[in-house]
Design a protein. Sequence first.
Length: 277
Amino acid sequence: MNETLFPPMKIQGKPPIFPIIDVHTHPTFEGKNTEKQEIDEIVEYGKSLGVERMVVLGDVLLYGRLPDASQVQEINNKTAELLNWYPDYFIGFCFLNPLLGESFVQEETERCIKDNGFAGIKLEICNNARDDCMEPVMTQATALDVPVLQHSADQTIIQEREFHTDPADTAWLGRQYPDVTIIMAHLTACGYRGVREIVDVENIWVDTSSYQPVAGMVEYAVHHLGAHRVLYGSDLVIRDLPVQIGRVLSASISDSEKQQILYSNTAHILGINSESP
């Protein structure tokens, strides 16, 4: 096992109390972990910590902020390969560059979702969520009945809002397309303001990924949104898996709420027909 990414862990006593679905992972990132043996290690590592399924969002920054059509397809082809290797473990989301236009968006989402069994759409930093180029993306999400996971971060910190989506932009998107399930990525990057932005936009969920845990952040999201609108995500391999799981397990919320965040909410959104212990 690659000890720089996945330090050896010795699990003491009982296995994790809660099974986990990780809604935000990048097993391949920056061109690394592309071989099956490396992916085998990631799967083994995840399972050792109770992660029963991982959503693969793709190596979304491999070609920078604005990948061309062939590069987007290459990223999605690698996701499809991971699904082929582990069809009962990985769940694919179709990465898109909306600026490539309506025709490409339609063709690529249908190729990924209809032909390769992907379960959602992933958007990164090609454009802002308010841009007109989002209309074909959301139209396809509606037609194919899949969720959209939108990269989001508080832009009082990152002054690049032309292409970095602020939580207010994600909230705007949700209001424009109330029938689309939207996952606002990166709870810590969105912050307390980000949670408040989506309180009244009930078709938007937030995932817990990004940065190191901040005390009280999960509790804040549960208090304002309800546990049913919070999803566990790690941002693996960028972030440390035990730390990201720990942010939920150590939160001052009920076991029932932890179980919803770690498993049931994502299972419901993705239509996973398995019961959580």
